[in-house]
Ligand binder design. Sequence first.
Ligand code: NOJ
Length: 557
Amino acid sequence: MTQELTSPSPAPRAPGAGRGPAWWRDAVIYQVYVRSFADSDGDGIGDLRGVRERLPHLRDLGVDAVWLTPFYASPQADGGYDVADYRAVDPLFGTLQDADELLRTAHDLGLRVIVDIVPNHTSDRHPWFTDPETARQRYLFRPGKGEHGELPPNDWESVFGGPAWTRTDRGDWYLHLFAPQQPDLNWENPEVHAEFEAILRFWLDLGVDGFRVDVAHGMIKAPGLPDIGHGAQAQLIGSQVLPFFDQDGVHAIHRAWRRLLDGYGDGSGRQVIGVAEAWAPTPERLALYVRPDELHQAFNFQFLNAPWQADALRTVIDASLAATSSVGAPTTWVLSNHDVVRHTTRLGGSLARARAASLLMLALPGSAYLYQGEELGLPEVTDLPDEVRQDPAFFRGGRATGAAGPGTDTESAPDGVAAAGGQDGFRDGCRVPLPWSGEAPPYGFGPGGSWLPQPADWAPLTVAAQTGDPASTLELYRAALELRRRLPGLGDGPMSWAPAPDGVLAFTRPGVLCTVNTLGHDAELPAPGTPLLSSAPVTVQDGTARLPGDSCTWWAI
Ligand code: NOJ
């Protein structure tokens, strides 16, 4: 008998977000990069109304929650990660009422909503910074070195390139680990703690279900702000503890925030969560951010950085699970986000690998984060002209695309794989607005154009074009998420490795076995069960399964 299968026939979907109090332990959370998701007013920039109108797509996709990137009042020097007012919606994106309506609609659709919080730095247009008196207390100002204070206070470099210090008209210097328009806050000042706790309460009172904490490893700096002693510091991020990143002192902040978040639980068991965007040198140090009294989740960038090789993937998966289970937390898997080269391109420009990697991720224990457009198999856009670029790192000459850290940089990525295929290491290529429908740009993104140009050949990739096509990447994601909901053995829970030929991974979850063929050619193994879902057509003949190269298959066992 020969069986061939790519996607199962569609089954009715359960309503979202019904997973009990600890919903986050195995939630699939979809990242909406607001300015590139959907534009409701025709200015070419995505907005909150656009997100609200397109929420049914996310319900149909089958995700549990949405993470919205910053939509607060901001001069947009770093895509909104430079916040001037944490309680206001930037007019580019709408109004507070739009945010409120978005939250209500999402909840009505069974989707939870997480918002970004940016505590390491504000915008230089934030009223605390524009007032020289408050600025001195609440930011990190230091006198310069040299006879006339003309040299920066230390040798720290900005993640975006160049010195991490800028001199003011008054002659002193302020620290900015990112762009000069993003001065670092002084977390030794209790007023900073009080203000951020009030901001968290503001959004919790509006009904958000949690926060993605930007640069959660950055707020505390080593006493005395010591020199590092050499350059190329962006490439050290995540490979060692630096005097400005992953200092032990940050954990006290996360513990305080966890107490605050827990205070928002209600009688019905509502749990609001914090997820750390933290770069730590080892899985063990990353696990410290998700101890029971700290944040709930931390992005697992080690997995994102792993090359497409069976042994390497297995090592990272084992290390990640061991580290998080040592503190009782689930692992949080991610393959793409707004700071890194899209994984279709990063994994050798191979859609087959990207589809396989996605199915692998969704079969692993814990929670998974999807980045908008990966469900369409979108590639990185690699031919953006200089005049449309917006990434501040592009203008500062930084090599690390990763505002966020390493692995977005070709030199520091393992085998150079993680960043392969991007356009000169900057982040605009993964932020190109989504194609929804139609034959030509802006592909239904909105009634106007799009703030970054979309490729002319994206018509087959639109949501409309892929819907109903069982071979499409969109239907693969829908089928995978539907199975995750239907099969209790997926999501949180145990996994164990099963025997497999070289280059192939096999592991079991309760009731399910997952095979991943990382080789560029077919591999065979005794059929482990009945195929449930596969990223490429898999065949079973006379008890032998033939796994296509670069494929992942879920089997019912
Ligand atoms: C990480 C964010 O993901 C990135 O986009 C931003 O540039 C930096 N943090 C600075 O806020």
